[in-house]
Design a protein around this ligand. Sequence first.
Ligand SMILES: [Fe+2]
Ligand SMILES: [Fe+2]
Length: 368
Amino acid sequence: MTSPEDKAQKPLVYVVGGSPVQKQEIVQNLQVFYQLEVFDGETEISERLSTAVPTAMIVDEVLPPMGGAGFVAKVRNKQETKALPVVFTAESKNAEMIAEATSYDGVFLVERPFKRATFIEALSSSVNASVEAKWDDVEPTQKAALKNTLSSFNAIADLIQEGEPIPYDSVRDSCTPLIEAVQNNNFKDMLAGVSDHDNYTYVHSLRVATFLSLFGNVLGIRGDDLMVLSTGGLLHDVGKMHIPHEVLNKPGKLTEDEFVVMKSHVNCTVDFLEETSELPKGVLIVAGQHHEKLDGTGYPYGLEGGKLNELARMASIIDIFSAITDRRVYKEPVPPEQALKIMENMKDQLDQNFLAVFREMLLDGATY
Ligand SMILES: [Fe+2]
Ligand SMILES: [Fe+2]
């Protein structure tokens, strides 16, 4: 059952118009990931918009009294909703209505009948478009770090899809501003800038790249070796792009079978990276061993103690810290102090010397 606290953590999305069956279908598909409010007519939705603007809105072509496209026009003409992301649903034969609605920026069309995955992707893209638009106001180095790593990440997704190798050079270039931001101790806007982004694998990877670079910087690692940490962080989970949305974003505990699927992301990542020419070996270690534990209980290899080199020990600390402190659709981020306590109790699994240095780094750096 969904608790009120749980509800408050999910992005708010309004579902506007369409037949009762269509609205119910949308609610069933999305309620795990979003907090949904349903509206039947223009009067109700207009009243609601004057009290609270959601993260995104799904508008159907059928909306009494005037239709969905006219309503989208009104939304775009109001200052407070002019950039509100809209997913517009319509039948492909209604070309005029579609042309009108999609003539506005930030309107994503989904034609009926739609596949669940297509619909979720459209909503996710619309949320991301509004998050990314806010990056224009971020301090320049951090803005470059966000924009470059995201475009690199999206390019990687396409290359993986096409079975093409990832060009390491361009990944390295995209991480240059991130390293600069970290070295200037100027990275908090960057972390805040991704917190509402809806591509969880990107958000997590950027946070791991940032924390791993910070950690390396504090340990005195510089130059190409620091770049290994940064790019290793960005690439360490790219195999998750092959994990189904339902498993990757499932609130609550995975079943045994789902966990097997989830764990396969490590081998997937390694397979992709092995195709990459000029990939530093350290990046492969970060990606391949970030789920290993000192007591041999990790995966996929179950490596123990001495077999885990420094990179693997650092990567597992950062990956666990990031995962615990990440904001997910179904959980608020755990505060860093509490995350460190949890990790200090993993005595046999994590390198406690590294953890002590990491802890000191966090305490010195106010809030992350
Ligand atoms: Fe992972
Ligand atoms: Fe990870």
